[in-house]
Ligand binder design. Sequence first.
Ligand SMILES: CC(C)(COP(=O)(O)OP(=O)(O)OC[C@H]1O[C@@H](n2cnc3c(N)ncnc32)[C@H](O)[C@@H]1OP(=O)(O)O)[C@@H](O)C(=O)NCCC(=O)NCCS
Length: 219
Amino acid sequence: MFPDLTCDDVFRLETKRLWLRWPRASDAPAIAAFAALPQVAQMTANLPHPYPPREADRFIFKARAENSGGHALHLAITRKSGPRPVLGLVSAAANGEIEVEIGYATAPEAWGKGFATEAVRMVIDTVFALTQAARITANSRSHNPASRRVLEKLGFAYVDSGLDFLPARGGLHPCDRFRLERADWRHDAEVRRLPPMAHQRLGIADVPIADPAGELHEC
Ligand SMILES: CC(C)(COP(=O)(O)OP(=O)(O)OC[C@H]1O[C@@H](n2cnc3c(N)ncnc32)[C@H](O)[C@@H]1OP(=O)(O)O)[C@@H](O)C(=O)NCCC(=O)NCCS
């Protein structure tokens, strides 16, 4: 799916504030520092919790293998200026011939500064520019408003909700599914408001969400 250009570890993307580059062995401590946090892991399908020793090394090895095989583009997010520890990860993985699924996570100390949106926007542009993908998909746990907002800002459309298998969470969990069609991809896309989340529609007031400190709140 991905071209030779992205299959070499010199490949990197630049945004206004960020570098997106292949993860490397020396990133393991920085990745483990945020991937091990419950408020990060529990919103994802694939980050185990508790985070086992050497898990970041395993992730980096697998990510590099998938990148070099052209099956995916797993990138570490760092700032362009100042200290440059990895502040997040963004992945685009082929799902068949014409579909790419994206995933992302950032460190809580970096939340709310637009970094995830900036990084994912660049990956979307790259996927549509460099591959034949017809659409990009994303899944979000149904009580993850931050992820939903990132997708909303990037022009994704809500598809439906249902129970999805989240390997690292064990079993099936309520998730919302989103899609961005190539035809709807615009650099200057108007933000389309997504429909309310399920608990908002139903008037349920007790869905807990985590803040960056990892404390659970009612929303
Ligand atoms: C989802 C995540 C990547 C967002 O990272 P980020 O760098 O803070 O994202 P951005 O700053 O680009 O955008 C976040 C948006 O969500 C909004 N948001 C955050 N928490 C929210 C909440 N509880 N309710 C509603 N909106 C919320 C922010 O205000 C911001 O929107 P705005 O720009 O309109 O103000 C980050 O929270 C994270 O890593 N979470 C854990 C892992 C995860 O959920 N990954 C996605 C799996 S699908």
